[in-house]
Design a protein around this ligand. Structure first.
Ligand SMILES: [Zn+2]
Length: 260
């Protein structure tokens, strides 16, 4: 082989190698996220909604989503250390299989992960978990929400509005949108330090309507962890709303420290 051919071969191999490194680099930059779900909740199809959340976040090309339906096995220090983002689509009942329940060690591992900097997304009904009896530290880490005082009327279409708070999540999102049919959570607990980013007006003419702007999205922090709560997203129909998806995606990226 003459010099020119050897040089050409070296260049081709070099280019392939650099390409390979670049691809590997891009993959390793994906934000590892874990959807925590499971248990048996008759009101919520957590298998379907978890698959949809995974698909929506995966489509960003920035987040790689795993799902655990057995938090009793997977909420350990060692496993949670792999993730930059935890997404709670979970509500504890006494109906699920034993491995869906959180032991004291699981609870400690979860708190520790967020305290040490994992982002947390609290999705829809998850803010009502561990409220009876109340697990106080959970209430703090998820920034309140449904707990025991929340309620909603029949599902309906309602308008979601950005609040006046300036925040990277809502930056660039529309000032308001007509949300697909969904549950409007009312009387949510807003813990100290929480910043409400979006509200929806609860029409008093509707059953259980409060006549108030109800918070539907807010942020907080717990230790080094960023916390994002969104009360929207009851089912596939609500989740199909692309405006909802934009809020979910941007909130998830922010919580994981990946929002430019
Ligand atoms: Zn619901």
């Amino acid at each position: 082989m003459n010099f020119e051919r050897r040089l050409m071969l070296a260049l081709v191999i070099g280019t392939l190698a650099i390409g390979g490194f670049a691809r590997a680099g891009a993959q390793s930059e994906l934000i590892p996220a874990l959807i925590i779900t499971g248990d048996t909740v008759s009101a919520h199809d957590w298998k379907k909604t978890s698959a949809l959340i995974s698909e929506i976040l995966g489509k960003t090309g920035k987040i790689k989503v795993d799902i655990t339906t057995t938090p009793g096995k997977d909420l350990t220090d060692e496993n949670l250390a792999k993730y930059k983002l935890l997404i709670l689509n979970y509500f504890n009942t006494a109906q699920g299989a034993p491995e869906t329940r959180w032991s004291d060690a699981n609870k400690e591992a979860f708190l520790k992960a967020v305290k040490n900097g994992a982002g947390l997304v609290v999705f829809h009904h998850a803010s009502g978990a561990f409220a009876r009896p109340n697990w106080e530290e959970f209430e703090k880490v998820v920034a309140g929400g449904w707990r025991t005082q929340g309620f909603h009327g029949p599902r309906h279409v309602f308008k979601v509005k950005k609040s006046d708070a300036r925040h990277p999540i809502s930056e660039g999102l529309p000032a308001e949108f007509e949300h697909a049919i969904d549950e409007l959570y009312q009387n949510s607990m807003i813990t100290p330090g929480s910043v409400v980013l979006a509200t929806a007006y609860s029409d008093p003419a509707k059953p259980k309507g409060t006549g108030k702007d109800e918070p539907v999205v807010w942020v907080n922090s717990y230790g080094k962890g960023r916390v994002y709560e969104i009360t929207l997203g009851h089912d596939a129909e609500a989740i199909a709303d692309t405006n909802f998806q934009a809020w979910l995606t941007r909130g998830s990226l922010w919580a994981a420290g990946g929002l430019e």
